[in-house]
Design a binder for this molecule. Structure first.
Ligand code: ADE
Length: 254
């Protein structure tokens, strides 16, 4: 996969992309990452990338020309089939980025990420340049850079071969629409706090059942909104209903 990121602050990406799983995926050739400063595409001598908002109001707006020129130059050089390229604007107005969005983007060959800044981005960028707009959560960051790092990290780690054989994306939180079950390692007793007996029992069937139950309990407590979309067995729906954990029986039954 190729990922091009357009930003006014390229140095911000140095650390996160040269560590851990993203670094390893780059080293293995699973992903190629390119960071571009779209100020380089401004044509006037002051390298202007923003201007006042038509109609008035505080704050500056990112101009369309440098962004269109920058993104179109990369597309011309590295164009692919349209359905295998995604051009994404990161902004608090976008659709919410979730694990399933990461899996969706991981199927593309080429991602182009645009980091917004200042008060906003000229609406024509939204209308005519990008194919998608993503937000990483309901809060406002100073710019799209940290959001782009989040998206890249979540996408790269689900690319085939990015995780080592000891790591797995299958069991983790959100993979099946639920939060992950509690995990323990040695020692079996730490400061008087014991590891649940069942995990030391060696009974795989029981361990699987316990983990599933804990996963459901944790999701119900921390993220009841996820329970509504999770795929549950009829028995699980009944037991959640018994403790009042299912708002309305909207969950899908296997
Ligand atoms: N830019 C500013 N806030 C953002 C957010 N929550 N998600 C994505 N991009 C952003």
């Amino acid at each position: 996969m190729r990922i091009d990121i357009f930003t006014l602050f390229p140095e911000m990406f140095d650390g996160p992309f040269s560590q851990s799983i993203v670094k390893r995926a780059r080293d293995k050739g699973i992903v190629s990452l390119f960071i571009h400063n779209f100020r380089d595409y401004a044509t006037d001598k002051h390298k202007t990338v923003d201007d006042y908002s038509y109609g008035g109001g505080p704050g500056m707006v990112l101009k369309p020309e440098p962004l269109f020129d920058a993104v179109e130059a990369i597309r011309r050089e590295h164009g692919g089939e349209e359905e295998l390229v995604s051009t994404v604007l990161l902004s608090p107005q976008g659709r919410l980025f979730r694990q399933k969005t990461a899996l969706e983007l991981a199927r593309k060959e080429h991602l182009v990420l645009i980091c917004g800044h200042y008060e906003g981005v000229d609406e024509r960028v939204r209308e005519h340049l990008v194919s998608d707009e993503l937000s990483i959560g309901d809060y406002v960051l100073s710019g799209g850079e940290i959001a782009a790092m989040v998206v890249v990290d979540a996408v790269v780690r689900v690319l085939p071969g990015a995780l080592g054989s000891a790591e797995s994306a299958i069991d983790e939180s959100h993979a099946a629409g639920l939060l992950e079950y509690p995990q323990y390692t040695r020692p079996p007793v730490f400061r008087g706090w014991s590891v649940p007996e069942v995990l030391l029992s060696g009974n795989h069937q029981e361990i699987l059942r316990w983990r599933r139950r804990e996963s459901l309990r944790r999701t119900r407590e921390m993220r009841p909104d996820l329970i509504k979309e999770a795929i549950l067995s009829q028995e699980e729906v009944s037991s959640l209903e018994a403790v009042g954990g299912l708002g309305s029986a909207e969950s899908m039954v296997e």
